[in-house]
Write a protein that binds this ligand. Structure first.
Ligand code: CTP
Ligand code: CA
Length: 225
């Protein structure tokens, strides 16, 4: 099918999805970044397209093939990701923030490679824009705004905190840690809305993404009834 021409429960809807890490340069050869393969975000984009939606996927630096029927925009830094999302968010019906955006970036980027000289080195960091919060705060915000929360502890409280603070419709939370969540094919998710909770048991990220998209589609229909 052509881009966005699919049939399914999300036919005629457009979604913007972020995926992968962002890389915040320190100098021409080094960056501060986040452990994220991008697999979960790409799986969500693929599942949305399968459900008939038109999908704009804003991807940080990852080594993944573009899912079938998805329009991909490659970015490097959080600020580039913010700009790319804002360029295509107008008129979107849904936003799913799966990217592991770097919360901070180096205050300045050295023009030349930083040389090893001193015994220790300090890097000043400044906050990056919060893409998800900015999308949710728009006057013409998409009907359904979904965030992800990767947590090492206190999953439900942290997830519900984000749901409220960023004014989200849904938050999908997963446990991360040394051997969990990141480079694996499998994942488990707990999805929260203001009044409900879904526990999605561990399975392949592609299958998990389809279950999440079913919840998103249901939510989209509720909003319209
Ligand atoms: N997010 C974003 N832009 C940022 C930071 C986060 O869009 N600058 C999005 C992520 O894509 C995810 C959600 O916000 O959907 C939650 O990110 P998370 O890092 O868990 O939350 P933070 O609010 O950054 O809080 P903390 O890192 O302190 O847990
Ligand atoms: Ca964060």
């Amino acid at each position: 099918a052509a881009l966005g021409g699919g049939e399914g429960p999300l036919s005629g809807r457009r979604f913007v999805v972020t995926a992968g890490p962002t890389h915040e340069p320190l100098d021409p050869v080094r960056f501060i970044g986040n452990r994220s393969s991008g697999r979960m975000g790409f799986a969500v984009a693929a599942a949305l397209a399968e459900a008939g939606a038109e999908v704009d996927l804003v991807a940080g630096p990852v080594h993944l093939a573009t899912p079938h029927g998805v329009r991909r925009h490659d970015v490097g830094t959080a600020r580039e990701m913010h700009r790319a999302v804002m360029a295509c968010i107008d008129g979107a019906d849904g936003f799913v923030g799966v990217a592991a955006v770097a919360d901070y970036r180096p205050a300045s980027e050295a023009g030349d490679k930083i040389k090893k000289s001193a015994e220790s080195m300090a890097v000043e960091l400044v906050p990056n824009p919060d893409i998800l919060a900015d999308v949710a705060a728009r006057n013409d915000r998409p009907a359904v705004v979904v965030g992800f929360a990767a947590e090492t502890r206190d999953l439900e409280n942290a997830a519900r905190g984000k749901l409220e603070a960023k004014k989200l419709d849904l938050v999908a939370a997963n446990r991360v840690g040394k051997d969990l969540g990141f480079d694996s094919e499998d994942n488990a998710l707990e999805v929260f809305s203001a009044g409900r909770h879904w526990a999605l048991s561990p399975k392949a990220k592609t299958a998990l993404a389809r279950e999440l998209v079913a919840i998103i589609a249901e939510r989209m229909l509720e909003r319209e009834s």
